[in-house]
Design a protein around this ligand. Structure first.
Ligand SMILES: CC(C)(COP(=O)(O)OP(=O)(O)OC[C@H]1O[C@@H](n2cnc3c(N)ncnc32)[C@H](O)[C@@H]1OP(=O)(O)O)[C@@H](O)C(=O)NCCC(=O)NCCSC(=O)c1cc(O)c2ccccc2c1O
Length: 267
């Protein structure tokens, strides 16, 4: 098995558990994290002893808070259009021929919320918090994080999530269909284990066929995502996007618009 630094992969009793292990960064991902996640999903996905994959974050604070803003300087410095092979990560979660469950133990923000969206099922602790922050920090997921989110929670709700950048409780996430179940924090592992056990009793081939059938209808989003990433890489070069990252790091509100005095008479 490959040696990982940012994640861990544990395969036991038919369940592969993939954990993002950067709790000091609220399990934000950098390029290396994405590479390791892709490798772990590929390994677990094609391991015939594995019937279900669980994705989670280390510690009690966060599931994942998206791109690591401390390693983000107008691009993330790794492979892929924006320096993070995110298209591949989202795609491999969809392509592995077995159910993927998000075990949401805390914040699922930005790209973390996108991962929850891409997983087949999601079980949340009652302490979990969901939301998108892209327009606050000068970024946007132009593929599964927007277009597929709309299929999951509906067009109006998806637009609200992106246009207002609010935070949502686990109960609100359940009501909008972003997660399948919410349980008290201390019961999260037991609940995830129950769902895994039920899945492991079922025909793996039937599950693989069902997953591919569900995916077929939304697979065109893959192309939209690839195209959108090209646009996002250009966006990252702008002062507007850089201001978003700088403001997050400085823990201040971003200033995306010129002050009223600079706007001219019609501004
Ligand atoms: C998670 C939060 C809501 C927590 O807020 P809170 O106020 O409770 O705590 P702090 O803000 O002080 O955070 C605590 C601590 O953690 C660090 N941290 C949190 N998130 C990150 C992060 N993503 N990167 C690096 N560090 C992080 C924070 O700096 C604090 O550390 P201290 O040392 O100062 O204590 C809140 O933190 C939050 O909103 N975080 C998310 C920030 C964010 O901007 N995420 C990335 C968004 S962009 C993205 O994820 C993304 C996803 C995609 O799928 C894309 C696809 C295609 C193109 C682009 C994409 C993209 O950009």
């Amino acid at each position: 098995m490959a040696e990982y630094h940012d994640i861990s992969l544990d395969v036991r009793d038919g369940v592969a558990r993939i954990t993002i292990a950067r709790p000091d960064k609220y399990n934000a991902f950098r390029a290396a994290t994405c590479e390791e996640l892709i490798d772990a999903f590929t390994t677990a996905g094609w391991d015939r002893t594995v019937g279900v994959i669980v994705l989670t974050g280390a510690g009690d604070k966060a599931f994942c808070t998206g791109g690591d803003q401390s390693s983000h300087e107008g691009g993330y410095g790794g492979r892929g259009t924006i320096g993070l092979p995110l298209e591949e990560l989202h795609t491999v979660i969809r392509d592995v021929p077995k159910p993927v469950i998000a075990r949401v133990n805390g914040f699922a923000i930005g790209g973390g919320n996108v991962l929850v969206t891409c997983c087949d099922l999601a079980i949340a602790s009652d302490r979990a918090v969901f939301g998108q922050v892209g327009p606050k920090v000068g970024s946007v997921d132009p593929g599964f994080g927007t277009a597929y989110l709309a299929r999951v929670v509906g067009e109006k709700k998806a637009r609200e999530i992106w246009f207002l950048c609010r935070r949502y409780t686990a109960e609100q996430a359940l009501a909008m269909g972003l997660v399948n179940a919410v349980v008290p924090h201390q019961e999260l592992d037991a609940e995830v284990a129950r769902w895994c056990a039920e899945i492991l009793d079922l025909s793996p081939t039937a599950l693989a066929l069902a997953k591919r059938a569900f995916n077929a209808d939304s697979d065109s989003i893959r192309g939209i995502s690839a195209l959108g990433m090209q646009a996002v890489s250009l966006f990252y070069e702008t002062d507007e996007a850089k201001e978003g990252v700088a403001a997050f790091r400085a823990k201040r509100k971003p200033r995306f618009r010129p002050p009223p005095s600079d706007r001219g008479q019609d501004g």
